[in-house]
Design a protein around this ligand. Sequence first.
Ligand SMILES: *[C@@H]1O[C@H](CO)[C@@H](O)[C@H](O)[C@H]1NC(C)=O
Length: 253
Amino acid sequence: MHFTLKGNFIFLCNFFNVRISGCGFESRKKYLFGKASAQIKLVQGDSAGTVTAYYMSSEGSNHDELDFEFLGNASGEPYIVQTNLYINGTGNREQRHYLWFDPTLDFHTYSFFWNRRSILFLVDDIPIREFENKEKKGIPYPKTQVMGIHGSLWNADDWATQGGRVKTNWSNAPFVVKFQSFEIDACELLPDEKDDPVVKCGKSGQFWWDKPVVKQVNKQRRTQLKWVRDNFLVYDYCQDIERFSEVPKECKK
Ligand SMILES: *[C@@H]1O[C@H](CO)[C@@H](O)[C@H](O)[C@H]1NC(C)=O
């Protein structure tokens, strides 16, 4: 990995054994609601077997997590972006999309936009996924746990590329992914802060993302979501009837 990060991030790297090595960073501050963007340029050439992740996560076994996972591919074959959410420790909410550009040629912006009403996953400010708050229907929603911002690159050639059939070619190592230009506009807690995040981040009207006029999904974004879904969706857990005997409750309109 190659970084131009300062202050807010710490690094967790292991280069002792190249075949199990991975590398990552996490933010010192934690966040509850807001928008967090990073520009990422993915591994060029043969990235098969590698997974790059940009995600927000709380700690503990009942953690909440929002994920972008970029599944590498053989040279010239398309990356897949997998998004997922864990709520109270339970995930299994994967969606997969192709992108409308080659994510290895330039930096592109990947963002989470999270408030009480919904969570958007955006690529260059185009929403590729929305997860709505349906607590009224008894579906859990992440809104109490502060999350750190993380990035990592690791070997996942048992599943990542074409279902695990294409393996990491270690003669192409090192695999390099670049993160830059983090923009985090969110309710933040410092590492030692004792304030209750639910109280601190919940004062209504305090933050722009809580304003009633801030609709994550306006008419333009609704059109964009449909465009992405119609043209780039590869997999949606909501439609996976082999995996779930019953369609997950949150998938119902
Ligand atoms: C890799 O390329 C193959 C062939 O084009 C494609 O079927 C697959 O979805 C691509 N992505 C991954 C992550 O396997």
